[in-house]
Design a protein around this ligand. Structure first.
Ligand code: GLC
Ligand code: CA
Length: 553
């Protein structure tokens, strides 16, 4: 596959890494992460092979929803640094060839944002219509309450003006009225501001919640934003948080036109992946991959194993959800909102390194753009002492002593202790250990980038001859890559039939083992160890594998 192509639409095989400046690295010793600390760690991300950093909200905030409650869209939370530090960071990342995107949280503001203060000051205020006001709460489905632990309504009475305002999330997060043209202009101005300062795009928070009561709903709004961004910088992207079933989800790509969100997270495959891991049988994931509609040409699916929220299982059936709970989070305290887990993957898997390696090998081989949550590369755990979703937002572990801060750590969530604490899980030790998860993930990223077919290609889920095995192939421009994964802790006998390949041809192993011959009729058979992983490139005998990728030309 031609790399000139992949460079233009850089997001289609990017490696995205989500982090919170506050919990990544403290640069000034006050115990809270900051832009200077993060900038000093840029080479960790460069060595890992990250091509795009996604910054969680870093704006001024009262901090009641970990920064997803913003009081000023045009500056940096002073605890994390200054605009100057931000620009230095983006510039240093760019020097390493790494792009930066940031959370765009415009479904709502904090109730302490000056816009909302003005809006609620009187019914005639110039900003009254920037939010959604009603004399009486409109009827709503109780299932629409996102945080049932703390909220029982989507409407909150404002005593001062005697009307109710709408909030999709917490009551301190009033929804902006994106139907109002002034609000839309202001949002475009926010995007434009950060793009001038070097951002390559945005992760759009809570997309389906954006106000619907206008002609065309949020689709028109999203298409407007995307058009605005394209005018300013045609390589910028929107990465959408859209947790919906596939048929509704794909509408956010822009109904086949690809003129709305550039990438959508694949929440369906993510949930089926965990179900498959729990069952040690990949059928549920294979079905998701077969069902999934194709993304429009310039759009892409974003693949992930968990994000910064609860690991939601809301798209599984009740019975399936309980299978995952039983396998990976049996204690009530590990579960949240009766729909998800507040754990990170390594403790879910009991710290089993070979199973973790399998999990990441699957993630990087799946069709789409992988998105990591910071610390996944070293097997960071969680801190269940923290409240709710915060359990997974623990400080990064750089060294056996922690290495997060030279002062006393003062992050919202205290560091992990016990078997996943810094003494056992940290960057410094894993850099020295060739068998570590860090080395494995670094290699997977390298191979993923060398196999653009995986992200770009047409894919097929193959019959592998053993129910514990997921085998899929990806084809693009004459190049073919095959990935095979054994989900079970027993050996598996794999029998593949690979159609339409040249004759003779071989399967060059890209991870660890040797080359295999492909027999007549495209047959290839081999034995895999427990949790085994193999990635192959199809080549002619004695052909240089990279040549096999580019031979369509
Ligand atoms: C999204 C974020 C979540 C936040 C919510 C409200 O779901 O992922 O962390 O609390 O939006 O902004
Ligand atoms: Ca600091």
């Amino acid at each position: 596959m031609r790399l000139t192509y992949t460079g233009d639409l850089w997001w289609k095989n990017a490696v995205v890494y989500c982090l919170d400046v506050e919990t990544y690295k403290d640069g000034n010793g006050d115990g809270i992460g900051d832009f200077r600390g993060l900038t000093q760690q840029i080479d960790h991300l460069d060595r890992l092979g990250v091509t795009c950093i996604w910054l969680m909200p870093f704006f001024p905030t009262p901090g009641r929803d970990d920064g997803y409650d913003i009081t000023d869209y045009y500056s940096v939370d002073p605890r994390l640094g200054t605009l100057g530090d931000f620009v230095e960071f983006v510039r240093t990342a760019r020097d390493r060839g790494i792009r930066v995107i940031a959370d765009l949280v415009v479904n709502h503001t904090s109730d302490e944002h000056p816009w909302f203060k003005e809006s609620r000051s009187s019914r005639d205020s110039a900003k009254r219509d920037w939010y959604v006001w009603r004399d009486e709460p409109e009827p709503f489905d109780p299932k629409a309450i996102v945080f049932p632990d703390e909220e029982d309504s989507l409407w909150e009475l404002d005593e001062g003006t005697g009307q109710y305002y709408y909030h999709s999330f917490y009551r301190f997060q009033p929804d902006l009225n994106t139907a109002n043209p002034e609000v839309r202009d202001e949002i475009a101005r926010i995007l434009g501001f950060w793009m001038e300062l070097g951002l390559s795009g945005f992760r759009v928070d809570a997309v389906p919640f954006l106000i619907e009561d206008i002609d065309g709903g949020p689709h028109e709004f999203l298409a407007d934003l995307r058009a605005f961004m394209n005018r300013r910088d045609g390589t910028s992207i929107l990465l959408g948080e859209v947790n919906l079933p596939y048929p509704e989800l794909t509408e956010y790509f822009g109904d086949g036109n690809g003129d709305e969100v550039t990438m959508c997270f694949d929440f369906v495959a993510m949930q089926r992946f965990h179900l498959s891991m729990a069952r040690k049988n990949p059928k549920a994931l294979a079905e998701a991959l077969r069902e999934r509609p194709k993304a429009p040409d310039d759009a892409q699916w974003a693949m992930f194993m968990r994000n910064h929220d609860e690991l939601t299982l809301d798209k599984l059936t009740e019975a399936e959800k309980h299978e995952v709970f039983d396998a990976f989070g049996p204690d009530k305290d590990m579960q949240l909102f009766d729909r998800g887990l507040r754990r990170r993957v390594p403790p879910m898997l009991g710290g089993d390194l070979s199973r973790l390696k399998l999990a990441y090998s699957v993630l990087f081989s799946l069709p789409g753009t992988p998105v990591l949550f910071y610390g996944e590369e070293i097997g960071l755990g969680e801190n269940l002492e923290a409240k709710g979703r915060m359990a997974v937002r623990v400080p990064m572990q750089w060294a056996p002593s922690g290495g997060f801060s030279r002062g006393e750590v003062r992050t919202p969530v205290p560091p992990v202790t016990g078997e996943f604490g810094p003494r056992h899980v940290n960057v410094e030790d894993q850099r020295r250990d060739p068998d570590s998860l860090l080395h494995w993930v670094t290699m997977l990223i390298e191979r993923y980038r060398e196999c653009p077919e995986l992200a770009w290609g047409d894919y097929d889920v193959l019959d592998a001859g053993d129910e514990a095995v997921l085998a899929h192939r990806a084809d693009a421009e004459g190049g073919t890559v095959v990935a095979v994964h054994n989900f079970a802790d027993r050996e598996a006998e794999v029998e593949l039939v690979l159609e339409g390949l040249g004759d003779p041809c071989v399967l060059v192993d890209l991870l660890v083992d040797g080359t295999l011959d492909v027999g007549p009729g495209g047959r290839a058979g081999f034995t895999m160890g427990p949790y085994g992983c193999r990635w192959f490139r199809v080549a002619e005998p004695d052909e240089f594998p990279e040549d096999a990728s580019a031979k369509g030309h």
